[in-house]
Structures are given as structure tokens and as C-alpha cells.
Design a protein around this ligand. Structure first.
Ligand code: GDP
Ligand code: GDP
Length: 436
């Protein structure tokens, strides 16, 4: 798991400025979970071969009386999930009572904390920093987040104790098989499903699990085929079912999404779709991950309820309509085995390779069926298509005036490619390039 850095501080000290700077690398995926975490924001970054996750804890109210409560509600949870806390203060406005209240909280916390004085651009550094020693957090470090001054060296130092590691698992399955991540908000039935998947007939679980720091990988074999379950719920660490489930962790969920080939997102038929589901799905979609949807707790529900749920999912999850949908009961084991063919299909689709010839032919046929519009009296031309990547598949289309291609036409192309190539269970990306 990547080291997790939490940015803490009163409003306006520059947390989101620093957050943006730290998550600006090409592969940064920024997740916004307003419903899940109030204003917290999660992002990924990379520095000198080390990947990290940043949490912007959002504005602490700053109201001196309310600060304790706000701190407790908002940031303590984020601090709890973090390995490192960057406590940010404002070098221009100087020490503030709200800073002191936050410092009191941080001192009792065991987390490694760095005191970061922001906005020191154009200030006489020595006197700007002097006040902040009083906070008792250690040596104040001067940065200017807006200009990037001292930011890289600070983060390098912060990350120094953490080892370099591969930010992503390779796209191919190697010998270990497809990595399946079971995700979902609390109580939808993830642990029940994980136990069910591992407890199925003819499933052999290799108990010497590769235990990384927090996510657990459980290798198993089903009908002679290898798989790895990425367990976010800590199911296998519990000695018995009665032991209380671990606290739901967004960081672990994001980690599992990153480390799996296919995410199985569990929804709860009894409570229907809620905001949290949509935010998690949104993250799966931006991460480009292959996806299977499992509507759980289907036992005892009527057929009409199924149609209603299907319609609701279609209406509200239109953006994830590439995913295959299953109605299951993890508790009774109903339809749980059906998840596997969908997982396989999603994996195959996400990692397919298609020749330039084939893609260009599909493009030509599509254009012949339905021409792109004229722009300024000239027809948009689409000449050639090739594959720009896998997992998720990227199709690069070359032509003229492609910047003017209407959204509706792009959708038409996407649907055509999906249908002809039989791509299911994975998002697809299209890039359009104009050239002479
Ligand atoms: P947050 O509320 O803690 O997330 O703070 P923001 O990142 O929104 O920053 C608050 C204000 O401080 C914005 O107007 C920023 O442009 C400004 N700011 C942030 N970093 C710096 C800096 O390094 N130097 C200066 N001069 N201003 C900064
Ligand atoms: P998690 O927090 O997502 O891991 O959820 P759990 O697996 O701990 O399940 C939460 C609750 O839902 C437990 O009381 C389970 O017994 C119950 N549950 C899980 N799957 C089903 C199901 O298929 N049908 C019904 N009726 N209840 C279920």
C-alpha cells in the first residue's frame, strides 16, 4: 500500500493548493467523495519512483469554539487513515488560535507529523518561522505551495522512510491469475460474499496469503484456475464470523481498486442505490478498472422488485452501463458462481489486442454507415484507428478537424466499436487526433 499523507490545517492555509500540486502527475487519480466523507478529497501522486496517496481533509471550521468538534468529525478520521500528517499553517497571517487547537490534537496523536509553514514567498524566512516553534510540533518547514518552492524536497524527505515499490500490478495475470477486488460501502455484504466465494465447492484457498501492509491478497483456485482475491474487509484476518468487521476504509477501498484487475462492486438490494455507491463507482470508472456489478441480498425479494432495481440502476448508473449486472444472495450462495464468467469476460475485454487493420476497418464501416458532420463547409474526416493501450483499452482515431467532432458522434463510434469488438465489463477510452 502506498504511504498516505493527510493535509491538515485551518481554512485558507493552502491545503488545496498543495493537494493540487502533489496530485498533478500524469497518473494522478483524484477522487471526490462528498457524500462519503463530507469534503475530503483523495488523490495519487508520484515522486522519485515512489507512489503516494494524499488526503485533503477539507476546511476545518476555524471557529475557535467549534474547532474541537469539527476537528474530531472531519480530520481525525483522515488522520487515522494516514501514515504522515502535514500540518499546514499560514506564514503570512502568523500563528492563530485555531492552529493551536489543531496542534493540541496532533500532539496526542501518534502519527508522524510535519509542521509546514506555507506562503513564505517574499517573506523574511527566519522571522516568519520563529513563532511556529511554540506549537510544539517540531521544526517548522518553509514552503510556497503556489510556486512549488521547497515542496519537492519536503515530500522527498517525508517519503524517505518508505520503500520504493511498483505503483501498479502488471496488466497480465502471470501465474497468479485474475485479481478480484470486492468493494462496496459498509454492510452491503462484502465479507459474506468473500467467504462465499472462498467457501464454494471445488475452491482451494492457499492460506499463506501474501499479506501487504493493509490489503490482503488471498490466492485461490477454482476448477483448476488460479485467482487472487484482494480483501478490503479484512475477512481472513478475523478468527471467527462473530468478530467485529474492521472499520470501512476508503483508502483500503481505493487501494483494492488499484490493485485488482476486475472490481466486483456489491450493491444492496434492500437499501437501493445511495450517494456513496455512486461516488465509489465514479472512482472505479475514472480509474479505468474493469467492473462487475453484484446486487446482493436478493433473497426473498419479488420479481417486480428486480425490474425496479434494474431500471433504477440503468437510470442512475448510466455512466457504468458497460458493467454486467448480477442479482445474487451472498448469504444463500444464489448466483454467486455466475460472477466468474463475467469477471473473465471483463478481464479479457480489458486486456484485448486488436490490429490496426481491424480497427481501421471498423472505423471505415462506421463512417460509411453514418458520416460525420460538415464543419465550416468541410466534412470531418476519420481515416485510421489504432490501439493506444490496454486496461482500459484505448482507441486512437486519426483524421481532420477531429476537435469539432460532436459528442453524439463520438458516442456512436464508441458504441459501434464496443459492439463489433464485443467489449464488455471494461471502460474504453477514445482519443481523436488531427493531422495533415
Ligand atoms: P485551503 O483552504 O487550506 O485549501 O487553502 P487554498 O489552497 O484554497 O489557498 C488559500 C489561498 O492562499 C488561495 O488564494 C491561494 O492562492 C493562496 N495560497 C496558497 N499557497 C500559497 C503560497 O504558497 N503563497 C501565496 N502567496 N499564496 C498562496
Ligand atoms: P460488509 O460490511 O459489506 O462486509 O457486509 P457483511 O458481509 O458484514 O454483511 C452485512 C449484513 O448483511 C450481515 O448481517 C449479513 O448477514 C447480511 N447479508 C449479507 N449478504 C446477505 C444476503 O445475501 N441476504 C441477506 N438477507 N442478508 C445478507
Amino acid at each position: 500500500m502506498n504511504p498516505v499523507i493527510a493535509l491538515v490545517g485551518r481554512p485558507n492555509v493552502g491545503k488545496s493548493t498543495l493537494f493540487n500540486r502533489l496530485t498533478r502527475s500524469r497518473d494522478a487519480l483524484v477522487a471526490d467523495f462528498p457524500g462519503l466523507t463530507r469534503d475530503r478529497k483523495y488523490g495519487n501522486g508520484m515522486l522519485g519512483g515512489k507512489a503516494y496517496t494524499v488526503i485533503d481533509t477539507g476546511g476545518i471550521s476555524g471557529d475557535e469554539e467549534g474547532i474541537d468538534a469539527a476537528m474530531a468529525e472531519q480530520s481525525l478520521q483522515a488522520i487515522d487513515e494516514a501514515d504522515i500528517v502535514l500540518f499546514m499553517v499560514d506564514g503570512r497571517s502568523g500563528l492563530n488560535v485555531a492552529d493551536e487547537a489543531i496542534a493540541n490534537h496532533l500532539r496526542v496523536n501518534q502519527k508522524k507529523t510535519w509542521l509546514v509553514v506555507n506562503k513564505t514567498d517574499g517573506l523574511e524566512e527566519h522571522s516568519a518561522m520563529a513563532d511556529f516553534w511554540q506549537l510544539g510540533i517540531g521544526e517548522p518547514r518553509s514552503i510556497a505551495a503556489a510556486h512549488g518552492r521547497n515542496v519537492t524536497s519536503l515530500i522527498e524527505e517525508v517519503l524517505d522512510p518508505f520503500p520504493e515499490r511498483d505503483p501498479d500490478i502488471p496488466a497480465d495475470t502471470g501465474a497468479s491469475g485474475i485479481h478480484i477486488g470486492v468493494i462496496g460501502r459498509p454492510n452491503v455484504g462484502k465479507s459474506t460474499l468473500v467467504n462465499r466465494l472462498l467457501g464454494e465447492d471445488r475452491v482451494v484457498v492457499f492460506d499463506e496469503a501474501g499479506t501487504t501492509r493493509d490489503a490482503i491478497e488471498i490466492p485461490f483456485e477454482r476448477r483448476g484456475k488460479p485467482y487472487v482475491l484482494v480483501d478490503t474487509a479484512g475477512v481472513r484476518r478475523r478468527k471467527n464470523v462473530r468478530e467485529v468487521a474492521e472499520k470501512f476504509s476508503i483508502i483500503k477501498t481505493l487501494e483494492a481498486i488499484k490493485e485488482c484487475h476486475v472490481a466486483v462492486m456489491v450493491l444492496d438490494a434492500r437499501s437501493g442505490l445511495v450517494e456513496q455507491d455512486l461516488h465509489l463507482l465514479d472512482y472505479v470508472l475514472t480509474s479505468g478498472r474493469a467492473l462487475v456489478l453484484a446486487v446482493n441480498k436478493w433473497d426473498g425479494l419479488e420479481h417486480e422488485a428486480k425490474e425496479k432495481m434494474r431500471a433504477e440502476i440503468k437510470r442512475r448508473l448510466g455512466f457504468a452501463d458497460y458493467a454486467e449486472l448480477h442479482f445474487i444472495s451472498a448469504l444463500h450462495g444464489t448466483a454467486v458462481g455466475d460472477l466468474y464468467p463475467s469477471i473473465e469476460r471483463a478481464f479479457e475485454s480489458a486486456n484485448s489486442h486488436w490490429s490496426t487493420n481491424r480497427l481501421t476497418n471498423i472505423l471505415r464501416d462506421a463512417v460509411e454507415q453514418h458520416q460525420p458532420p460538415m464543419i465550416h463547409g468541410r466534412r470531418i474526416k476519420l481515416r485510421m484507428a489504432h490501439q493506444g493501450g490496454t486496461n482500459p483499452p484505448i482507441i486512437v482515431v486519426h483524421g481532420n478537424q477531429t476537435d469539432s467532432l460532436p459528442e453524439a458522434y463520438k458516442r456512436y463510434l464508441t458504441n459501434t466499436f464496443r459492439k463489433v469488438l464485443k467489449v464488455r465489463g471494461t471502460p474504453m477510452r477514445f482519443e481523436f487526433r488531427s493531422g495533415k
